[in-house]
Design a protein around this ligand. Structure first.
Ligand SMILES: Nc1ncnc2c1ncn2[C@@H]1O[C@H](COP(=O)(O)OP(=O)(O)OP(=O)(O)O)[C@@H](O)[C@H]1O
Length: 267
């Protein structure tokens, strides 16, 4: 994605702090989130990892109120998200998810501008669409394309552009690059991390890929049975001592790296 500074956020801007305070969510007898308390400092990139069903997506969706906790609260810069009107709240938070769900009959420009259209009934100016396409490294003439004319990776880039259109300080990403081939996934992950730094965002990203979490995040939260069982930096996780669940997840990329090194060295 683009290397020039964004015109849309002031230089040196920092995304908000996010705090989960005793957040709990149950579905019948299933406890999806079990009284989670955790803090994210402004401008931090947090990856949430953990086995399937451990509560990652549920926790993420409590931030933009797609899911309401049974008890506890989520605060953004100290303000309880429960006190915001959900639609307004969501307009101030970027949200990117797997198979981004572009509207098939709308052009790329219309898809990127959908939030602005719903909020103000106005089209996003062509110059702003061009800026956003620059940011996610898509050619400007893609503005007139339909989603069916894009590759999977290009669609996800449009998804990131759409999420950035409202100039959010906070980005929520739920397996954003999960459906892509490993090379595209790696490139998009790296480029998104650079964008996070350049725009001064706070990012919370759910991923199944521990290597992705270790490479791109500042902090990694390991979830198990609705709890955060490890909250550590990538270096701390790699060093070990962060608990059995974290060890099991780190073992996978570590073993792969060791095998590849051994093959390269002809062992
Ligand atoms: N709408 C729902 N109704 C009932 N149970 C639900 C609902 N949504 C989630 N759950 C349950 O809550 C738990 C946590 O689900 P969640 O989707 O947050 O897990 P996850 O860690 O994101 O999983 P995955 O990695 O498979 O996407 C699971 O046991 C799931 O079955």
């Amino acid at each position: 994605m683009a290397t020039s500074p964004s015109p849309s956020r002031p230089q040196g801007a920092r995304g908000p702090a996010v705090a989960f305070e005793g957040v709990r969510k149950a579905y019948g007898g299933t406890i999806a989130i079990d009284r989670v308390s955790a803090h994210i400092l402004p401008g931090t990139f947090v990856a949430i990892v953990g086995s399937s069903g451990s509560g990652k997506s549920t926790l993420l969706k409590t931030v933009n109120r797609l899911i309401e906790p049974d008890s506890g609260k989520v605060c953004i810069d100290g303000l309880d998200v429960g006190t915001h009107e959900p639609h307004q709240l969501r307009r101030s938070i970027g949200y990117v998810f797997q198979n981004i769900g572009l509207f098939p009959h709308m052009t790329v420009a219309q898809n990127i501008g959908i939030g602005s259209r719903l909020a103000t009934r106005r089209r996003l100016p062509a110059a702003r669409v061009a800026e956003l396409l620059d940011l996610v490294d898509l050619p400007r003439d893609f503005a007139s394309r339909l989603p069916e004319q894009l590759s999977g990776g290009q669609k996800q880039r449009v998804g990131v552009a759409r999420a950035l259109a409202g100039e959010p300080g906070l980005m929520l990403m739920d397996e954003p690059f999960g459906a892509l081939d490993p090379v595209t996934r790696e490139a998009l992950g790296e480029q998104y991390r650079a964008l996070h730094d350049r725009l001064g965002l706070t990012t919370i990203m759910v991923t199944h890929d521990m290597a992705e979490a270790l490479l791109f995040a500042d902090r990694v939260w390991v979830m198990a049975s609705g709890r955060i069982v490890a909250d550590a930096s990538p270096a701390q996780l790699i060093a070990g001592g962060c608990g059995a669940e974290a060890e099991a997840l780190v073992a996978v990329p570590r073993l792969q790296a060791e095998r590849i090194t051994a093959m390269r060295d002809g062992v």
